[in-house]
Ligand binder design. Structure first.
Ligand SMILES: [Zn+2]
Length: 383
């Protein structure tokens, strides 16, 4: 059995240990030590990373009480080695995990729901509960949780006997074999847990519940604690400051400013559409529709513009009318119509000549193609 230093001191960052074994495995090596501060994966918390001397530890697992360090290079059994865990990463995880206990304890006390899923990833942390929670209740829980932080309570770890356990009311996800480890946040939570925690609730820092979605008949809550909450604050601050500067609006009024901008945009779109309508009428009047086939190129028409122009020209007597919107470089969107003949064969031959795509009904086809205006025009007029 490996002596687990992370249980004796959850704040141990460095330690010295003896290498007991080193076996090749996959691309690296599995190293065991007589004692370690590396916490293996467990309790919803992923494993520590760090260094054993100059050797990188990328993952840690526990098997039958033995902690196995996955390393990129070998170490000589029998030698002493200095271990160093990635403390920033570990402390960040302990902040999230201890925060999770407080939230789960509060939800359990208030609603009787169980924590049925806990995922502590490198950038996110979610907690699943098996019952509904309203947004207002979520805010309440968040406030109470932060109260626990402000009170800077001692987080207690105990190893009660089986007899003592009978009289303790604690949360537990699974039936635990062997010694049960009880983590208590006084007044907030009592829970069986195998992971290292911060010593005092003040170390958790701000507990922010950022999102809640319905999940399997219950709720999935997104939570950020401590340094992660600060990072999130900074990112949101950057965004708000940028939007505020772009809109020349005060930071606490950006939402109102964006709403205003959207309304303005809708009005502009309406104006643009009516201007386009007028433009199309002028264009149609300028184009001679006497010849059998009328081909019009235009780089400005958008939306329904090409079709409206085509209809106006058909009204004015064109037998077949093709309107192409776009440029030689970007390609063209086309619409072709006729009230006298089936335009589908024309569409088909055009598509195959100019690697286009599209189709439609006998009286109207539309699609897109690529080519030069001159060639497309003579192709349609010449057919
Ligand atoms: Zn836990």
């Amino acid at each position: 059995m490996t002596r687990k230093l992370f249980y004796e001191d959850s704040h141990m960052q460095e330690f010295e240990a003896e290498v007991l074994s080193c076996e090749p495995s996959g691309d690296g090596y599995i190293i065991t030590l007589d004692e370690t501060a590396f916490f293996p994966e467990g309790g919803g918390q992923y494993a520590d990373t760090g260094w054993l001397g100059d050797v990188r530890v990328t993952d840690v697992h526990e098997k039958g009480g033995i902690v196995r360090h996955m390393a990129d290079r070998p170490l000589e059994p029998g030698t002493k080695v200095k271990g160093r865990i990635n403390w920033e990463e570990r402390f960040e995880k302990m902040q999230q995990h201890s925060g999770e206990h407080i939230i789960s304890g509060l939800v359990h006390k208030k609603f009787g729901y169980d924590n049925v899923g806990f995922h502590l990833g490198s950038g996110y942390c979610t907690i699943d509960f098996n019952g509904p929670i309203t947004n207002r209740e979520l805010k309440e829980i968040e406030e109470l949780a932060n109260e626990a932080v402000f009170r800077d309570l001692d987080i207690q770890v105990a190893y009660p006997s089986n007899e003592e356990l009978q009289s303790i009311d604690y949360r537990s996800k699974i039936e635990i074999e062997g010694q049960v480890r009880i983590v208590t946040v006084p007044g907030y939570d009592v829970c069986a847990c195998c992971a290292p925690h911060v010593d005092r609730t003040g170390e958790i820092g701000l507990i922010k519940l950022t999102d809640m979605v319905n999940y399997k008949g219950g709720e999935r809550i997104n939570m950020l604690c401590g340094i992660r909450a600060l990072r999130d604050y900074r990112q949101k601050e950057r965004n708000v400051k940028e939007v505020s500067a772009l809109l020349c609006a005060k930071e606490d009024e950006v939402a109102e400013a964006v709403r205003h901008l959207k309304e303005e945009q809708i009005q502009q779109k309406g104006k643009l559409a009516s201007l386009q309508q007028k433009l199309i009428a002028y264009k149609a009047a300028e184009i001679s529709a006497d010849s059998g086939r009328v081909v019009v190129f235009d780089s400005e028409l958008s939306g329904n513009g090409p079709r409206e122009l085509m209809n106006l020209l058909l009204d004015r007597g064109a037998r077949v009318c093709a309107v192409l919107a776009g440029t030689d470089r970007e390609g063209y969107r086309y619409v072709i119509g006729s009230r006298a003949e089936d335009v589908r064969p024309l569409c088909k031959s055009m598509n195959s000549r100019f690697s286009g795509r599209g189709g439609g009904k006998p009286e109207m086809v539309q699609g897109s193609l690529a080519g030069e205006e001159k060639e497309i025009r003579s192709f349609i007029e010449g057919l």
